[in-house]
Design a protein around this ligand. Structure first.
Ligand code: C5P
Length: 407
């Protein structure tokens, strides 16, 4: 089974007998690593209770568009932004018609209008309804609007008919959702990502570090893997699970990270099949300076001298050294700044000889170091592009998509 690790799926359940299979579908999605939030139409609640789907998804089920309590919890626009994909299973003929024509008269149809993420639809209806010209026209509209259809399958139907219109089985729907995240845009590439902070030792118990959580780097590694790349993440001290299928090298200091990066690139460069297809993404918040000596014993307080001086020396600039390699990997830097974000980012592109830089304003608490959200501007020699505030996973996918488009 392909993984859906950390993917957020909004599951829309509409009114049809196949709604009972949504319970099993939630299980399959969660087994594959996804987080699921369920939205039910009024008709769906005639077939299966919100309580069942709430218990299985582990999240409150969203039912009403005009419900102030629910909107206060997670508003419909927030819910649209939360999801990495919107899956509607089962999708009734009526809902398909409303989706095809852009209706926005209930929570689920509004989400379909508001989301900028992929919409996947698993139709379920009687075979006569499926074949009807009106439904087939609506299906053509969905396809034209870039909506992905899953099924329907053929076979026995609840009404006794045999034919096309059964909802695809939950296992196969989960697989199709997982596949929809595999773009293949970086197949054949090796992506090396640095992530997290570095720790620069002062003595055996103290160090200098920063607030980087590593979340952005791990999300980038995962998005690169989903795009088909072979991915290595070189991580400073962070508490994040390694995404499945990603190789990980743990390091502590900037010097360790520098050595690990150089060794990793040397190894990749010996792989004939990958020559010229290496992408380096420096998301790590590398300490620019380290104490010039790492005391062998804990530094003690000196009652005669309340002030001590730490002498700092410059660390290697990992990304600038990567950009000097021949052949040069496609080199992507990050510019986390608290002021003049774009100006500093542009300066960094030329100073470090980068092919692209991702700039963000870490002074904004909503999108700062430890947040799950980010908003960035991507700058490359040909232009710039802003990715509005969204989960770090969505931003990571946007960054990887952009990197792919520049290859
Ligand atoms: O110069 P500044 O630290 O702002 O540059 C940020 C970019 O450079 C990031 O991509 C970061 O990972 C990288 N960097 C590095 N080695 C350093 C300092 C920064 O790779 N010593």
């Amino acid at each position: 089974m392909l993984r859906l690790a950390n993917k957020r799926i909004v599951l829309g359940v509409t009114g049809g007998i196949a709604a009972y299979k949504s319970a099993e579908l939630i299980r399959r999605l969660i087994d594959a690593g996804a987080e699921v939030r369920v939205v039910m139409t009024t008709a769906a609640q005639e077939f299966i209770t919100p309580l069942t789907l709430q218990a299985l998804s582990g999240n409150p089920v969203h039912l009403e568009l005009l419900d102030t309590d629910a909107e206060a919890g997670m508003g419909h626009i927030e819910l649209a932004r939360w999801g990495d994909a919107l899956l509607i299973a089962p999708a009734s003929a009526d809902f398909i018609a409303r989706l095809a024509h852009g209706h926005g008269n209930d929570l689920l149809s509004t989400l379909c209008l508001a989301t900028r993420r992929p919409i996947l639809v698993a139709p379920a209806m009687n075979q006569g309804m499926w074949d009807s010209p009106a439904n087939q026209n609506n299906i053509a509209l969905l396809i034209n609007n870039g909506i992905q259809l899953i099924g329907p399958a053929a076979g026995y139907q609840a009404c006794g008919d045999i034919g096309l219109g059964r909802m695809t089985e939950p296992d196969d729907i989960a697989l199709a959702v997982a596949e929809s995240f595999q773009t293949g845009a970086l197949t054949g590439f090796h992506v090396v990502v640095t992530a997290g902070p570095t720790q620069e030792a002062i003595d055996p118990v103290r160090y200098i570090s920063n607030h980087s959580s590593g979340k952005m780097g791990f999300a980038i590694a995962e998005a690169a893997r989903d795009a088909g790349a072979a991915v290595t993440i070189i991580a400073g001290p962070v508490n994040i699970k390694t995404p499945d299928g990603v190789s990980r090298i743990d390091v502590i200091s900037a010097q360790d990270m520098y050595a690990a990066t150089q060794q990793c690139l040397e190894r990749i460069e010996t792989l004939d099949s990958l020559k010229g297809q290496v992408i380096f993404i420096g998301t790590a918040a590398v300490a620019d300076y380290r104490p010039d000596t790492n005391a062998t014993q804990k530094i003690k307080k000196n009652p005669d001298n309340p002030n001590i001086t730490l002498q700092l020396v410059e660390n290697p600039d990992i990304i600038a050294e990567v950009a000097k390699r021949s052949p040069k990997p496609f080199t992507v830097g990050f510019a986390a700044e608290t002021q003049n974000v774009i100006d500093y980012a542009n300066a960094k592109i030329s100073r470090k000889n980068l092919d692209m830089i991702v700039a963000n304003d870490v002074s904004n608490k909503q999108i700062g170091f430890n947040s799950d959200l980010n908003a960035v501007t991507i700058i490359w020699p040909g232009g710039s592009k802003t990715l509005d505030i969204a989960s770090k996973h969505i931003i990571a996918n946007g960054i990887i998509q952009h990197i792919s488009s520049l290859q």
